[in-house]
Design a protein around this ligand. Structure first.
Ligand code: GTP
Ligand code: MG
Length: 258
């Protein structure tokens, strides 16, 4: 639909965002945390892809993320172009406790840089930092406090216990922060370390992407021919396990911070 094109600085601008990364790094968990502020200790692998939406308010704009959460299992790799094509943003996820997952993330970044929209905003997210940190104050601040309101009850569920004791919270870490940061800087990516479990850093990903998105460019291409968008949000169920939690209008403050 082109209905948002005209007045979209007061309405929301739609931004297609894709999540990519190795299986089990936490892509779906990041989306669940962002969209519904929930965390599930034993989340099932995604089959194909899932589609969700969430609004993100900034001071001067409201974005409506159309999120394609892809399946990380190798057998689904060939489907990925379908989801990153026309995407304005991508979140490439790795697991800080699994070094090979960063290598996989790098191959996704290369693929995006070669084949996706040249203006795509890419964020690299090192997830599961709760496993390598004592559960204290978050260095990044506000995202944690925002998420801890309610759904973080799930955080306290038995299942995975943070490596919180002792003087070596970093014991499980296989990807040093500095190494990933240096790579991200060199490759021109936004960089975050996150925990879908505690909520740390999750909102930041989407807020920082929102700030970097070239809105005018999106509006122009939206006007030029939105019909070409393969996602078609209302019909998001077209893919496998699409769960549309488009109730964001009822939860104004849960989206990006503002
Ligand atoms: P695919 O759909 O197979 O590509 O996996 P995925 O990347 O979507 O991973 P998913 O979100 O399904 O999470 C995999 C497992 O890791 C689940 O058991 C999650 O509960 C767990 N998990 C996800 N994020 C975190 C996190 O931040 N911390 C911890 N401790 N566990 C997490
Ligand atoms: Mg998944």
């Amino acid at each position: 639909m082109t209905d948002t094109a005209a007045g979209s600085l007061d309405k929301s601008v739609q931004v297609k965002l894709v999540l990519l990364g190795e299986a089990a790094v936490g892509k779906s968990s990041i989306v669940s945390r962002f969209v519904s502020n929930e965390f599930q200790a034993n989340k099932e692998p995604t089959i194909g892809a899932a589609f969700l939406t969430q609004k993100c308010r900034l001071e001067d704009r409201v974005l409506r993320y159309e999120i394609w959460d892809t399946a990380g299992q190798e057998r689904f790799h060939s489907l990925a172009p379908m989801y990153y094509r026309n995407a304005q943003a991508a979140v490439v996820v790795y697991d800080v406790t699994k070094a090979p997952s960063l290598e996989k993330a790098k191959t996704w970044v290369k693929e995006l840089q070669r084949q996706a929209n040249p203006n795509i905003v890419i964020a690299l997210a090192g997830n599961k930092i709760d496993l390598v940190q004592p559960s204290e104050t978050s260095p990044t601040g506000h995202a944690t406090s925002e998420s801890e309101d309610e759904a973080d009850d799930a955080t306290a569920t038995p299942g995975e216990t943070p490596a919180s004791s002792g003087t070596e919270p970093d014991g499980l870490r296989q990807v040093p922060h500095e190494e990933a940061q240096a790579y991200a800087t060199e490759a021109g990516l936004l960089f975050f370390e996150t925990s879908a479990k505690t909520g740390e850093g999750i909102v930041d990903i989407f807020t920082e992407i929102a700030k970097k998105i070239p809105i005018e460019h999106i509006l122009a291409s939206t006007r030029a021919g939105r019909t070409g968008n393969a996602s078609g949000r209302a019909g998001g169920a077209g893919q496998d396990a699409g769960v549309n939690l488009d109730d964001s209008t009822n939860k104004p403050k849960d989206a990006c911070n503002c």
